[in-house]
Design a protein around this ligand. Structure first.
Ligand SMILES: [Ca+2]
Ligand SMILES: [Ca+2]
Length: 150
C-alpha cells in the first residue's frame, strides 16, 4: 500500500499549539515573566525569544498578539542591549538587528534602565526594563526534529 503525504516546503511543521510561519514555529508563553525567565522558558521548549527579520514576520507576530486580545503593555522579543548600551543584538543568534520596527523616539533607554525589546500591540517595538513581567514570544526551527524540552 502506498502512503501519500502532503509536503509544504515553505511552511514549518510545528508541534501542537505552535503556529507555523515560513520555516519557524511560534508560540506566546502563558505566564508573564522577566525577559531572562521568558528566554529560559522558550529554551526549555527547544526555542528562543523571537527574532524578527522582516516586515512579513513582524506582521505575523503582531497578528498572533492581536489574537490573544491581551491588554498587557508589550510582549518580549529576543533583542537586548544589556551587554553594550545601544548595541542591540538578537540574543539567540548574536546577530545585530538589520531589520527593526521601533516606535518613534524608541529605543530611549528611559532612566538608563531599558535593555530588553518588546512589541506593543500595534506591532511597533520599544525598549523596556528587563525585569518587567510580560509574556514572551518563542520561536523555534520548524525543520528540526528537536524534541520539546531538549
Ligand atoms: Ca538600553
Ligand atoms: Ca523605551
Amino acid at each position: 500500500m502506498l502512503c501519500f503525504s502532503v509536503f509544504h516546503p515553505a511552511l514549518a511543521v510545528c508541534p501542537l499549539y505552535w503556529t507555523p510561519f515560513e520555516d519557524s514555529c511560534y508560540v506566546i508563553l502563558q505566564d508573564k515573566q522577566s525577559w531572562a525567565s521568558s528566554m529560559a522558558m522558550c529554551q526549555a521548549y527547544g526555542a528562543y525569544l523571537v527574532e524578527i527579520s522582516s516586515d512579513e514576520e513582524n506582521e505575523f507576530v503582531r497578528g498572533m498578539i492581536r489574537e490573544t486580545h491581551s491588554p498587557i503593555w508589550g510582549h518580549w522579543l529576543g533583542a537586548t542591549d544589556e551587554y553594550s548600551e545601544s548595541h542591540w543584538l538578537w540574543s539567540h543568534s548574536g546577530r545585530a538587528l538589520y531589520y527593526s520596527n521601533w516606535e518613534e523616539d524608541q529605543p530611549d533607554n528611559y532612566q538608563t534602565s531599558q535593555h530588553c525589546a518588546v512589541m506593543h500591540n500595534n506591532g511597533r517595538w520599544d525598549d523596556g526594563e528587563c525585569d518587567l513581567t510580560l509574556k514572551g514570544i518563542c520561536e523555534r526551527d520548524g525543520k528540526s526534529n528537536t524534541a520539546v524540552g531538549k
